[in-house]
Design a protein around this ligand. Structure first.
Ligand SMILES: Nc1ncnc2c1ncn2[C@@H]1O[C@H](COP(=O)(O)OP(=O)(O)OP(=O)(O)O)[C@@H](O)[C@H]1O
Ligand SMILES: N[C@@H](CCO)C(=O)O
Length: 322
């Protein structure tokens, strides 16, 4: 079952891609998330190749971050997604030869597990003739993500699958809706190269919120959503305040306050935690500002050879066949 060879030949039947995503987007803990792709057109997200059908299911894994994954490919989310998909359909499916290009670092805050889950389930559904609806597929993606992080949250799987800036709609059959975005906004994603598991970053969260705190959180998220619809950029940026996760997680990301102050001095709109961290995202108003933020974060936040800083735009397309 496990093949970790560096296969590079383009011998696939079908190739699929899902983009990186930033959960929370500071103001919407577990309720807001956005998909991003680099301006330089690099594929900053996982790619899954379907190589063909065969007697047994198999998975090759290649790519920059293959070394951060479990050694045994049987433990890979791509294969657990295949079985979950088969179980959901209630029938046995032909076995596939698969190849995952692991382009996103694991435990990074870039929605790495969500990205593999989304690309895999999107691929299986497409390859087998789209038996599941968009909603069924999204629910299956969220269940798989919940199995990894310890709780079901849609803020990575929804944007990575559907693209854009997605607001989750609790208890609605719609699940999530796309919000407006400022086309000139750029987001710099800076991953320092160190791993922080989502489970560990969720373990430090408060178990309860007081009434005033709950109202402040709901109010700030409402302010952000309303400002986006009103096209009030300054108010939207001012509302990017994380009142739930950041106060508890700053201990895990001690550089954040200093980096934020330095970037604010240079006119950058906002610096926040991407998902559960340690990736940080800088919100910028132009390519020039984004370049400045990227240079600064590369110099002051990257810690080792796994680190990466990317200047991105919103990914409107989300998951797709390439
Ligand atoms: N294809 C895969 N991609 C990512 N993680 C995988 C994959 N297959 C198995 N895993 C395991 O799933 C877990 C993912 O952990 P975690 O949710 O903390 O990472 P993450 O999704 O990268 O985090 P984040 O959402 O903050 O980017 C790890 O234990 C990892 O080994
Ligand atoms: N909303 C999730 C995102 C994880 O990437 C969290 O902050 O724990």
């Amino acid at each position: 079952m496990q093949h970790y060879s560096e296969v590079t030949t383009l011998d696939y039947l079908k190739r699929y891609y899902a983009p990186a995503s930033t959960g929370n987007f500071s103001v919407g803990f577990d309720l807001l998330g956005a998909a991003f792709e680099p301006l330089n057109a690099e594929l900053f997200g996982d790619v899954l190749d379907i190589l063909g059908e065969q007697a047994e299911l198999s998975l090759d894994i290649v790519g920059r971050y293959v070394h951060q994954l479990p050694r045994n490919s049987a433990d890979n989310l791509v294969l657990s997604c295949y079985y979950a998909f088969e179980q959901k359909l209630g029938r046995t499916l032909p076995r596939l030869a698969l190849r995952l290009h692991k382009n996103l670092p694991v435990g990074s805050g870039l929605g790495s597990s969500a990205c593999s889950i989304v690309v895999a389930l999107y691929a299986f559904n497409d390859y087998f003739g789209q038996p599941l609806s968009q909603t069924e597929l999204l629910q299956l993606m969220a269940q798989a993500e919940g199995g990894v992080s310890g709780s079901v949250h849609y803020d990575n799987v929804a944007p990575s699958y559907l693209g854009g800036l997605q607001l989750m709609l609790p208890q609605s059959s719609t699940i999530c809706r796309s919000l407006p975005w400022f086309e000139h906004w750029r987001v710099v994603l800076s991953y320092p190269g160190t791993v922080l598991s989502t489970k560990a970053a969720r373990a430090v969260l408060p178990k309860q919120l007081g009434l005033a705190h709950g109202i402040a959180f709901a109010g700030m998220l409402s302010r952000f959503v309303s400002a986006m619809y009103a096209k009030d950029e300054a108010d939207a940026a001012a509302a990017l305040q994380d009142l739930i996760a950041e106060p508890a997680r700053t201990v895990l990301l001690p550089e954040l306050p200093t980096l934020r102050a330095a970037l604010a001095e240079q006119g950058i709109l906002h610096l926040g935690i991407s998902g559960a961290g340690p990736t940080l995202f800088a919100l910028c108003r132009s390519d020039a500002e984004a370049q400045l933020a990227a240079d600064y974060l590369s110099r002051h936040y990257e810690k080792n050879q796994d680190a990466i800083t990317q200047i991105c735009r919103l990914s409107l397309a989300g998951a797709r066949a390439l």
